[in-house]
Every structure is written in structure tokens, then in C-alpha cells.
Design a binder for this molecule. Structure first.
Ligand code: ADP
Ligand code: MG
Length: 883
């Protein structure tokens, strides 16, 4: 870059220097061009051709690539999706008027968290941009804005980075704004654990500008968290943020706490492995009619309530909606006609709204009075409260009804947007245009008659304006000097007349003026809509709440859910509960319903049972039913009374976080730590096969101590499934712990899972039968059965009731030793050798020799090291040959 640059490249470099972290889309005529490193990287990411610019050697030329401005959006979307930012640099003066280099400015920086349109924005998904500022080592301020809807949330975090991550995860942000002094450890966590792009902002917005948004935030530090976020928005969007709502302050503890791991494990929003909606709780519950409702449902699932009244309000409305079938059907239809009011308001504020958006707004508002009427008919108290005092925006509706045409074009500069009768001046222009055109049509008639040329016609094109066209064959019939010749075509001549040009001038003037006026009127209407942004947002909120709840009623009816009863005594009593998702996945009627009871004297269940029996499903079932109840939905059971859980912790299945570079067992322990350090008496903990990731005794020891710890120190309601059968004896030591098991029966040597959970411990492991079901080689299976037999002989030798882990350990070691010789036996038998000498020969031997033989026989070759073998050999030699 040493060479002297052209003035334009100098301009480019100057602008680029301010947007180092973004791709600079530099407008050049009809293209956006990228240069230097931007060009090389973009060419690769977008698969477009890399060229170069400038004179001289290839090495001195500037790498460049470009995209046409009219199709730029798709390229921009691709980059944003990959987590990049794009700075849009436009020509801000008319190139024809410019002296020297055309003035250019960056008009917007599009980032993953601020993007407003394009295919990145999912209808039923939110896109939050977060800002975090550290107050002390373990206290943080967090602010979140949803650019497309204007939602603005603010909270305090007080439990260190780990707490911060759990709260941030609820937003699933693609971009997080921090200051450049934000601790590195935190930066790494945000990037690696949540996959969020980091952006830096070291300035704060002038609070005078946005005071109305954050006046409720009193804390100075927290205010700064908001100002950091707003400054970033100003810097990137460079425009009005009129649709950003007043900051809503909440505390993470205002909602049920579900940490990142549990959220993923429970597959609330998407499935664990495939990241799909299908198969998640959201998938089962989403019967929303509007995009806004879809988004709200997602938010509810992310934040179940802990207030009894709020939960019961929702339950009651769902109940009413279930009873009132006709009203519900009507509501569904009416909601179906409502477009995305939230995002439409956002577009209005952002200034990229078109006439079709206005029409959508109008149609939505036309449904509102009907929706309100239906809601009133329901007579439900909570529903009435919801709509009480809410502006139905009928003035806005009336404005749009009389101003915007029914089928407007997409672009607002093409005219034909504003209705007749809305504005007298516009009507005049239109009259002039219409009259002019009628006059031209009658002129055509008149000229045909007078010249007798039937094919004579009057046309229009942009270069010559209106003209009279006569075909070559008819020219002899045309009286000399009647028209003035203007253009000659291959088989026709085109003419004009004085009179025609005069009318043309009138028509064109009227067209131009009306186009301009229409644009002005549209902008004026847009400004008027802006004044309705707040009421529109409130309306959107009410409509989406109603939408989610009608969806709950729909799902409850279809799947036979029941209204849960919220009890304050901490008891869980679920009769015939089902797993909402698994139930949908298998044939109808095949799901085996199960009861769950937890109470004062029965706070923990230890669940045993064969693999594939349904232990994990049973545990998740309780978590999902509780979450459903606390978001206000009905639940899959015939009867359910539930406490309000403050938090839910789950460690389920072998979800390997290998992608994050942690071993599965480490993840298991991290998740367990998370549960045991945060849970309270009012929490629900699900631990599924904890300790499986390490060696047997290690794992068993951990499992037992974890259970003891929860039992004695926390007292949280806990379900603990295990394949360590030995743990079932804990029931005698821990008064609140009860054994339950998932039953299976053996039929004709095959296991049949009943999926039924009953009290008491399971009596054996059916692992081998599962292996058999999986069609492992028969030889392998029968060998496993033999080995199991030996093990069982070992474990049955002692009295079960007095067993503990130590004795269990002993037994297994013994059993393994017993079975081991037969493994050697099998190997040696391959060579046709006989291990036991025959009786007669035995009798001839000396005592010492017999001892040596016994020793040899008992030697377990699989369990000794070479050194040990040498020692044994030495010992045997000494026995016979030395003293
Ligand atoms: P475990 O944890 O005991 O190994 P899972 O809970 O993973 O077993 O269940 C294994 C499979 O059995 C599930 O995928 C599901 O298809 C089926 N299943 C589990 N519980 C039930 C049930 N109550 N009714 C019907 N099928 C069930
Ligand atoms: Mg399992």
C-alpha cells in the first residue's frame, strides 16, 4: 500500500479505518465494492470472483470484489449469518453535481444483533443484542434489546461469571456488546460457551437523549450498561430508535431458574443433537396463530413463572378457552388475520416501511375490535384485565383505511399508493392526468376518422413522449403537412402535433407532481404511524398473550391435558403423567402413563430398572410437566398437583459437550456442581445415571455422596436414576429416599419393557437382553450370560440388607476372580489342552507338588502383571526344589 492512492482510494482507506471490524461495502455506481483484505475474505465467504484494480504489476494492484446493489441484501445476509458485520457506505451526493470525489458516508452498520430485515430474521424467533458491564468481580449489569420488536430488558447479575452465562443463555444472543476492558475470561466464555459474536463499545450514549427509556433505572452503574448498549445502537444503526421500549427491569430470580445445561438437556426449544424444533417442548405447545405469539411462547418457555397468582391467571383463562369452543374458534380466525404488529412498528421507526406493510397494519387493526369483542364474551376476569384500557388504535386504522390503496406497489416512489379523495391536490393532478389521457384517446378516434387510416394509433415512450404512428403503407393517404415528423421506424413513421405536445406537458407535469406529492403524503402518514408505536406495542403484547393461551387450550384439548393445581405444601402428586414429547412421537395409546409422588417424607426417588425401561423419560416427564404448569399451560396427566419450583436442574443422559473440548465426565461433574451449589429446598433436581463416566467404584462412591449431600444439606426434590443396583440399600440410611423401579418382565428369555414405575428396587439388570435385542452375536451374548451368572453367585452370597458399597466392591472383585479362570479356560481350550490332571496321577504327587498345582490352578492369568508372574514362578520353584 506504499504507492500513492487515487483520491477515491484515499477516501476509502479513511472510511475503512473507522470500521476495522466490519466488511466495508463501498458504493461505486450500481455496485458495492470491497477492497484489500475485505475483498479477499468476502470473495471466499461469498464465493464471488476476486479481481484487482489499478495500474502496474499484479503485486501492486488492489484486490477487489463487488456485488450489484440491488442484490446486495442476500450477500449481506450471508455474512451476518456467519457472525460478521457489514458497514454500508453510500454516495451521499449526486455524482453529477459532485466536484472531485463523490462524498460517501457509512449510513448503517449491520451486525448479527442489530439486523432488521432479510432472511436472517426468523418470524417466530427473537434476536437479542446484549450489553454487559462488570461492576465488581462477580457483579454485572446486563441489558438486552430486541431490535425488530423494540423490547428492552435490564437486570443485575450477582453470582459471578457462571451466573452471568446462565442468564445470558436465556437470550440466545448472536452478539454481545462489552467494553474493551471486559475481563478476558468472560470474553472467552461468551464466545466459546454461547457462540456469541463480541462487539466492543467504550463510549456511553448521552443520557439526555434516551432518558425517557431508562428513567426507571435508578442505579448509576446499571444505567451505564444501558447507555453502552444504546451508544452501540446509535453507532451502528445511525437512525431513530423510536420503537425501543422503556427499559423493563427484572431479576433473574423473578422466574424459574433453568441453567444452560438443563435447558439443552430438557430440549425445551430445540432438540439436543439436531437443534430442531420438532421434538422439543416448544414444538408440542406451539399452536399460535401469529408470529408475535410464537415469539412470546418461546420467551415464556425460557422464563417459567414463580408467582402463583400469575400462573393461575393463565390456567384459568386456558380453562375458559377450553370450555368456550366457539369463541376459541373465532379468536383463532381473528388472530390469523393479525400480522406482526411488533415488527411492523419497528419498521416504521426504522424508516424502511412500505405501503404493503401499511396495509398489513390496517388489516391487523381491523381485526382488533372483533378480537376484543370475543374476549369480552369469554367473561374471564384475567382476559378482561388484559384488554382493559388498551388502545385499539382505531384512529390509526381509520387513517390507513382512507389513505392507502388496496393493491399498492412495493416501492413507495412509484406512485399509486394513496387513495383518491385523501388529498385534494393529488386528486387534481390525477384528474389532469385522467383528462389528458381521455383527450388523447379521443384525439386518436378523431384522427382515424378524418384521415381514414384505421391503423393510426397514439403511443407513448420515455424518449419522445406521445406520438401518432402511421404505418408505411398508409403514408400516401396522409394529407401533406398534417403532422410534424419525429421518428422513422422500419415500417412506420411517428409524428407529433403542437396540440399533442401541449397536452403531453400537462400530463407529465401532473404525473411528476402527483408522484412527488404521493411520496410526501406517505412520509407524512408514516410520521403519524410513528406516534402510535407505543400503543401498537402494547396491543401486540396483549394479542400475543391471548394467542399463546388459546394455543394452550388447543393443545390441551387435543392431547387431553389437565389443569394443574398449584399447592404451597411442596407436594408433587401426578396421576397418570405422560412425557409430552415422547407421547407424541410414539403411536397413540402406546404411552404408559405413570404416577409421581413426592412429599414431606418422600423427597427423593432412586430409580432403578433395565436400560431402555424408561427411567430418563420418567424423570424428564416431571421436569417438563412442572415447566408446562409454570408457564401457564395444562399438563399431560389425569390429575396433577404441583409446587412452584424455583429452579430445575438436570443432568440427563450422556450429552457430550465434546464440541466445547470438555470430557463427558467433566461435563457431568460441572452440571452436578451447578445443581448442588445452587439448588434450594424448593428446587427440583434430576440426576440421571450420575457417575457413569468413571470407573465403577469411583462412580458409585460419588453417586452415593451426592445423594447424601442433597438429602442432608439441600432437601431439594430429587429424582436419581442409577444402574448401580448397590445404591438401593441407601433407602435404609436416608429417610426421605425411596426406591422405585421401572418394571420389565422376561418372556421366553426376552425382556419386555412395561415402562411402568412402581415402588421398590429393581431386582436385576437387563442389559444383556437389551444387547440381545440389538442383535449382538449370539456367542457373545451367551458368554455374557455365563459371566453374569458368576457375578450373581458372588453377589447373592451375602445378606442383601446389610450390604454397602464396600461389601459390594468385595463381592464384585470376588465374582470377577471366580469367573476369570473360565476365561483362561476358554482360551486354552482353543488349543485342546486339559487343565485339570486326572485323579490317579494326582494321588502320586507329594503334598508340596499338590500345593504347587493348586497354586497354579488358582492363578488368574488375566489379573497378574509379568512381574507378579515371575514372583509366583520363583515361589513355586522354591517350594519344590529348595528347602
Ligand atoms: P432408560 O433411561 O431407562 O434407559 P429411556 O427413558 O431412555 O430409558 O426410554 C427408552 C425408550 O422407551 C424411550 O425412547 C421411549 O421410546 C420408550 N419409553 C420410555 N418411557 C415410556 C413410557 N412410559 N411409555 C412408552 N414408551 C416409553
Ligand atoms: Mg436413561
Amino acid at each position: 500500500m506504499a504507492a500513492k492512492q487515487t483520491p477515491m482510494m484515499e477516501q476509502y482507506l479513511k472510511i475503512k479505518a473507522q470500521y476495522e471490524d466490519a466488511f466495508l461495502f463501498f458504493r461505486l455506481g450500481d455496485f458495492y465494492e470491497l477492497f484489500f483484505e475485505d475483498a479477499k475474505k468476502a470473495a471466499k465467504e461469498l464465493e464471488i470472483t476476486l479481481t484487482s484494480r489499478g495500474k502496474g504489476e499484479e503485486s501492486e494492484r488492489i484486490p477487489m470484489c463487488g456485488v450489484p446493489h440491488h442484490s446486495a441484501e442476500q450477500y449481506i445476509s450471508q455474512l451476518i449469518k456467519k457472525g460478521y458485520k457489514v458497514a454500508i457506505c453510500e454516495q451521499t451526493e449526486d455524482p453529477q453535481q459532485a466536484k472531485g470525489v463523490v462524498r460517501r458516508e457509512v449510513v448503517q452498520v449491520i451486525t448479527p444483533g442489530t439486523v432488521m430485515e432479510g432472511n436472517i430474521i426468523e418470524e417466530k424467533d427473537n434476536n437479542y443484542l446484549l450489553s454487559i458491564t462488570p461492576f465488581t468481580e462477580d457483579k454485572f449489569g446486563l441489558a438486552a434489546v430486541e431490535m425488530t420488536t423494540g423490547e428492552f430488558l435490564v437486570t443485575n447479575i450477582s453470582g459471578g461469571l457462571e451466573d452471568l452465562i446462565h442468564e445470558v443463555a436465556r437470550f440466545r444472543p448472536k452478539e454481545v456488546v462489552v467494553s474493551s476492558s471486559f475481563p478476558n475470561e468472560g470474553q472467552a466464555m461468551l464466545k466459546e460457551r454461547l457462540g456469541a459474536a463480541l462487539s466492543f463499545e467504550d463510549e456511553l450514549a448521552n443520557d439526555g437523549l434516551v432518558n425517557n427509556l431508562i428513567e426507571e433505572i435508578k442505579d448509576k452503574e446499571l444505567k451505564n450498561t444501558c447507555l453502552q448498549l444504546i451508544q452501540y445502537l446509535f453507532r451502528t444503526t445511525k437512525r431513530s430508535l423510536d420503537h425501543i421500549q422503556r427499559a423493563f427491569y427484572y431479576l433473574p430470580n423473578d422466574y424459574m431458574g433453568i441453567d444452560v445445561h438443563s435447558r439443552r438437556n430438557l430440549e425445551l426449544i430445540e432438540t439436543l443433537r439436531e437443534k430442531k424444533k420438532q421434538g422439543s417442548l416448544l414444538w408440542v405447545l406451539d399452536e399460535t396463530e401469529t408470529a408475535m405469539g410464537g415469539r412470546l411462547l418461546k420467551q415464556w418457555i425460557e422464563r417459567p413463572l414463580i408467582s402463583k397468582t400469575m400462573i393461575e391467571n393463565r390456567h384459568q383463562l386456558v380453562e375458559t378457552l377450553m370450555e368456550r369452543f366457539f369463541e376459541r374458534e373465532a379468536l383463532k380466525e381473528q388472530l390469523n388475520g393479525v400480522y406482526d404488529l411488533e415488527r411492523l412498528s419497528g419498521k416504521v421507526a426504522f424508516g424502511n416501511v412500505n405501503a404493503r406493510d401499511m396495509l398489513q397494519l390496517k388489516r391487523s387493526l381491523q381485526e382488533v375490535p372483533r378480537i376484543f369483542d370475543t374476549v369480552k364474551e369469554l367473561g374471564n376476569e384475567f382476559a378482561l384485565k388484559l384488554i382493559e384500557g388498551v388502545d385499539d388504535c382505531h384512529e390509526l386504522k381509520e387513517l390507513l383505511e382512507k389513505s392507502i390503496k388496496e393493491d399498492p406497489p412495493l416501492t413507495i416512489t412509484d406512485g399509486n399508493v394513496i387513495k383518491d379523495g385523501y388529498h385534494p391536490e393529488l386528486d387534481n393532478y390525477r384528474d389532469a392526468m385522467r383528462n389528458g389521457k381521455t383527450w388523447i384517446a379521443s384525439l386518436e378516434q378523431k384522427e382515424r376518422q378524418e384521415t381514414g387510416i384505421k391503423s393510426l394509433k397514439i403511443g407513448f415512450n420515455k424518449v419522445f413522449g406521445y406520438y401518432i404512428e402511421v404505418t408505411k403503407a398508409n403514408i400516401p393517404n396522409l394529407p401533406e403537412g398534417r403532422y410534424e415528423r419525429k421518428q422513422t421506424l422500419a415500417n412506420a413513421e411517428r409524428y407529433i402535433t403542437e396540440e399533442l405536445k401541449e397536452k403531453e406537458a400537462l400530463i407529465l407535469e401532473a404525473e411528476e407532481k402527483s408522484g412527488k406529492l404521493e411520496y410526501e403524503l406517505f412520509m407524512e402518514i408514516r410520521e403519524q404511524v410513528k406516534a402510535f408505536i407505543r400503543p401498537l406495542q402494547q396491543l401486540a403484547n396483549v394479542l400475543s398473550t391471548i394467542d399463546v393461551l388459546q394455543g394452550f387450550a388447543e393443545v390441551a384439548e387435543r392431547n387431553h391435558y389437565v389443569k394443574p393445581v398449584i399447592k404451597e405444601n411442596g407436594e408433587v402428586n401426578i396421576v397418570d403423567g405422560r412425557h409430552p414429547v415422547v407421547e407424541q412421537m410414539i403411536d397413540s395409546g402406546d404411552y404408559v402413563a405413570n404416577d409421581i409422588q413426592l412429599n414431606e417424607g418422600r423427597g427423593m426417588l432412586l430409580i432403578t430398572g433395565p436400560n431402555m425401561a424408561g427411567k430418563s423419560t420418567y424423570m424428564r416427564q416431571l421436569a417438563l410437566i412442572s415447566i408446562m404448569a409454570q408457564i401457564g399451560a395444562f399438563v399431560p396427566a389425569t390429575e396433577a398437583s404441583l409446587p412452584i419450583f424455583d429452579q430445575i436442574f438436570t443432568r440427563i443422559g450422556a450429552a457430550d459437550d465434546l464440541a466445547q473440548g470438555q470430557s463427558t465426565f467433566m461435563v457431568e461433574m460441572l452440571e452436578t456442581k451447578n445443581a448442588v451449589t445452587r439448588a434450594t429446598k424448593n428446587s427440583l433436581i434430576l440426576l440421571d445415571e450420575i457417575g457413569r463416566g468413571t470407573s465403577t467404584y469411583d462412580g458409585m462412591a460419588l453417586a452415593q455422596s451426592i445423594m447424601e449431600y442433597i438429602h442432608n444439606e439441600i432437601g431439594a426434590k430429587t429424582l436419581f436414576s442409577t444402574h448401580y443396583h448397590e445404591l438401593t440399600t441407601l433407602e435404609e440410611q436416608l429417610p426421605l429416599l425411596k426406591n422405585v423401579h421401572v418394571s420389565a418382565v422376561e418372556e421366553d428369555g426376552k425382556v419386555v419393557f412395561l415402562h411402568k414405575v412402581i415402588d421398590g428396587a429393581a431386582d436385576r439388570s437387563y442389559g444383556i437382553y437389551v444387547a440381545e435385542l440389538a442383535d449382538l452375536p449370539q456367542q457373545l451374548i451367551s458368554r455374557a450370560k455365563t459371566i453374569l451368572h458368576y457375578f450373581e453367585q458372588g453377589t447373592h452370597r451375602e445378606d442383601h440388607s446389610s450390604r454397602n458399597i464396600d461389601s459390594a466392591h468385595q463381592e464384585i472383585v470376588q465374582a470377577r476372580e471366580e469367573v476369570a479362570p473360565s476365561i483362561t479356560e476358554m482360551q486354552l481350550n482353543l488349543f485342546g489342552e486339559e487343565l485339570s490332571p486326572n485323579k490317579k496321577e494326582l494321588e502320586k504327587l507329594t503334598t508340596k507338588e499338590k500345593q504347587v498345582l493348586d497354586k497354579l490352578k488358582s492363578l488368574n492369568l488375566l489379573h497378574i502383571t509379568p512381574i507378579e508372574a515371575i514372583q509366583v514362578l520363583d515361589e513355586l520353584q522354591r517350594k519344590i526344589f529348595k528347602k
